[in-house]
Design a protein around this ligand. Sequence first.
Ligand code: CAA
Length: 692
Amino acid sequence: MGNINAAVDLQQDGDVAVIVMDNPPVNALGYVLRGGLMQAMEAVRAKPEAKAVVLIGTPRAFSGGADITEFGTIQKQPLLPEVIAVIEAFDRPVIAAMSGVALGGGLELALGCHYRVAAPGSKLGLPEVKLGILPGAGGTQRLPRLMGPVAALKAIVAGTHIPVEKAEGLVDAMCATREEAVAFARSCIGKPLARVRDRDEKLQEARANPGLLDEAAAPLLKRARGQLSPAACVQAVMGAVNLPFDEGLALERKLFRDLVNSKESRAQRHAFFAEREATKVPGMPAGLKAAPVKKAAIIGAGTMGGGIAMCFANAGIPVTIVELKQDALDRGMGVVEKNYRTAVSRGSMQEGDVAKRMALFTATTDWSAIADADVVIEAVFETMEVKREVFTKLDAIAKPGALLASNTSTLDVDQIASFTKRPQDVLGMHFFSPANVMKLLEIVRGKASSYESLARALAIGRAIGKVSAVVGVCDGFVGNRMLHKRSAQAEALLLEGALPQQVDAVVTKFGFPMGPYAMGDLAGLDVGWRIRQGRGTTAPIADALCEAGRYGQKTNAGYYKYDGRTPSPDPEVQRIIAEQQRKLGVNPRTIGDDEIFERMFYPMINEGARILEEGIATRPSDIDVIWMNGYGWPIRTGGPMHYADTVGLKHIADRLDFYADRNGDETLRPAKLLRDLANQGAGFAPPTKAAA
Ligand code: CAA
């Protein structure tokens, strides 16, 4: 509690006034903090002894930006641009002393100050684009004036957190402590007030050469695939170059208002809070601290094992990889090193770091090397027999209390846990391929998994930069179980008359990076074929492709033919489909894009409802997190369950009934939860922080 209000304290340090912002956890600029800042500035105005002002936050955060929960509500005065205007026009130097993070409105607040200093390690950035908006408090106008418009454009459209050490032009001095910041402020007394709005020198080049920004913007917009906010960011930065400052500011404000009320931004704000919510386990004792992980071990040096091991090494955690045979181990380690070399050639890693990263790996065929690991993750062949062997061994060798995890994507984690005498320490940690790249980690909670184990898995997820969601045990868990419903429809649609390229086009138009068949070709069609053979099930067209030796990209032919990695439609596939239609007596028909869309996505949403009914996922938003981070569901629609709520559950349930009746397929019948909610006119989600 400050002396100005709950979030702001005004202190005097000799001839320097210090305004301390303390609004836990991240100094979000909610109305209490904004109001406190305004009052503090007025209080300083009345103090002639204050010759300069330092604005400071906490070590964790100067400020994490606007309070996102206020978006979509009527924001209370003063608004952030008004606070910034008062600071910028102040008659004495105001110095932002940044530490931790200065993001979004937090950085914009600092850009409105006359000088900026920062503690080493601080991260600065305007990440609003990730919330489907743009910096709405002058960031698009001031950042280009300090960084140059091209660099600013890239930073704003990517929403990057820039380490202060690389934030050229943004900071006037590095100050590790408050005392140093105050001393810096003292050195500014009597100097002219340096207002960013008046600095046009870095804009001149782009003003003289209007093509410069267009050229920089083109690849950024291509990558954004039609999303609204990146395009608005570009427009606003162009305004910084081409318009007088105040007009640029007005343009930015208008674009901000339009975006904040868009469906896209609502979905992206939902995604932000959903990711944080997904790590909260109901009933977990408050304050339960996860035991630290100083050493990890991975069983299996295949694609998954190697990728998972890289996640640990990338986070600076020593990791041991165990394989049965030396040649498989050598092959696996070769792939790991090759991946790092590729990162160097792409510029995302320094040459000198490869050796440092590789030094964190211990590769061995000796199982006793896992004895001191805090976590062991198994990534071996997907049969229960193999898992039994591995977990029996782990139980005998791993130290007491070590977390024992399986990367299984389908098998029963409870059965796997039963192979040990410590089922409380066992759970699933399901990574997605390529494991060193994909963000999602499904943490599969067994019946016996303890809260300590869950807390540890969640802490590991955080340490290695994953987005985690805790799910229960069932076939395919959440992600793959829903995917199976899409795959079944993908097969059925081909049999009924659609073509792979038509279906894939509908799915990519919605925003997925790939359609189901292109994805199948990439993953390898033989994988599913073998699983079906093992289970005694069939998928006539997928089976026929495999019987013809068409396994996907690896054989240059699958649902498409390939020239390198580029797919093109193949008349041979059409022939194979027609043959299966004849065999099964199916009369193909023309299928419209609307039907394709509904049959791709509604059965998945329906399965999501069943998953909720069964308590496999705790919240609908957890399912959204899984699909956005593991399967490429477009973030601008907020994930399957959020999307379903925006469409309306009644429509979805009615369409599912229609397809169930027409196709005589009871698996398409709406789940009870879906039908009940539809009848009540409700959605899956209760109102959330981002609802508005
Ligand atoms: N508004 C409201 N709540 C916020 C918030 C914000 N800007 N930033 C974080 N929080 C909340 C989180 O929801 C979380 O709440 P719970 O504990 O209840 O789940 C809590 O603060 C801690 O957040 P994290 O778990 O994410 O903490 P972290 O230390 O891992 O990360 C962070 C901190 C980097 C600031 C991260 O929270 C983050 O990226 N926040 C959003 C930053 C952002 O996008 N700012 C721009 C806002 S829009 C804007 O500023 C518009 C404008 O132009 C005026």
